[in-house]
Design a protein around this ligand. Sequence first.
Ligand code: KG4
Ligand code: ZN
Length: 341
Amino acid sequence: MADTDVLILAIESSCDETAAAVVKNGTEVLSNVIASQIDLHTLYGGVVPELASRKHIEKINQVIEEALDEAGVTLDDITAVGVTYGPGLVGALLVGVAEAKAIAYAKRLPLVGVHHIEGHICANYIENPDLEPPFLCLVVSGGHTHLVRVLDYGTYEILGRARDDAAGEAFDKVARAIGLGYPGGPKIEKAALSGDPDAIPFPRAKISDNPYDFSFSGVKTAVLNYINGCSMKQEEIVPEDIAASFQKAVVDVLVDHTMQAAEEFEVPELAIAGGVAANGALREAMRNACEKRGIRLYHPSPVLCTDNAAMIGTAAYYEYLAGTRHGWDLNAIPNLKLGER
Ligand code: KG4
Ligand code: ZN
C-alpha cells in the first residue's frame, strides 16, 4: 500500500442489506460484503423497518470484520470511514451511522457521510474508469426515481423525480398483486421472460408540467384493476403476461423521459443506477435507444446496482477528496436531499 493510497471503509445500512466494503482510491474494490435480509422480510411480503434495524445490529460487526479480512487490511490501514446517513429507514440508517462514528472516533479517522443515491450514481465509476462528469444519470431504486444531471463529482441537478411510487416500489407492489412475492423486481423480470409484453395495454403516464417527472401509481392501479376485472369475469389471469406488459410499460416511460432529457441537454454519455438498473429489459431498451442516438451507455454490474457498500466507498472517496468531513454529531437523515451536506 502506497502512502498516498486512500483506503475507505464504507458502511451501508439504509434499508434491508447490511453491507461493508473496503475501497482503494475510489474505484478499486478490495472487498464488498453484503448480508441480505431478504429471507427475513419475505415472511411479511416487504421490509419491516423494526426488524431491519434489529438485524443490522446483529450483523454489522461481523460484516465489517469480513470486509476488512477479505481486503487483507486492518483498521490501522484505513484512511477514512464512509457511511450512508440518508435517505432511508431511520432506525436502519442509525445502526450504520453509530457504527461508523464509533470506529472513526476510536481510530481517530475522518468521518464522511454519504447520500445513498450519490452512492448509486457513483457505482458507475467502479467498472467504467473512462466515465467522468458531466453525464446524465437515471437512478431507479426501490425508494427513488431520479433523472439527474451529474455536473461534477458531488454536484447534481435533479431534472425529474417520481411524483408517487418509485419504479422499484411499483415492481414490488405489482409482484405482490400477482403472487410473485418479495422482492418483486427480479421476480417480475423472470416471469416476464415467458410472457407477452403486448398482451395488456397498461398506461404510460406523462406529467404535463414537467416532462422529466415520473408517475408509476397509475400503471400499478391499472394492473390491480385488470386483476379485479378478470376475477369478476371469472377469467384466469396469466401472471407472465401481466409481468411482461407491466415491465414494458415502466421501461417505455423510463427510456422515453431519459431520451427526451438526453436530447435536450445533448449529452454524449448516460448512466443508469439503482436496483431497477439491474433489469435486463431496461438495460436492453436503454442500449437500443442510446445506440440510435450515438449516446454512450454505462451501467454497473447487477451486484453493484442493488444496495452495497462498495458504491458508498466510491462516493465517500470523491467526497473525501472534496474535503467533506462530518462531526461526531452526524445523524441519520431519512429524507436527506441529494446534494445536501
Ligand atoms: O437500489 P435498491 O437495491 O434499494 C433502494 O435503494 O431502494 O433497489 C431495490 C429495488 C427493489 O424495488 C427491487 O424490486 C428492484 O430494485 N429491483 C429490480 C430488479 N432487481 C432489483 N427491479 C426490476 N428488475 C430487477 N432485476
Ligand atoms: Zn439503494
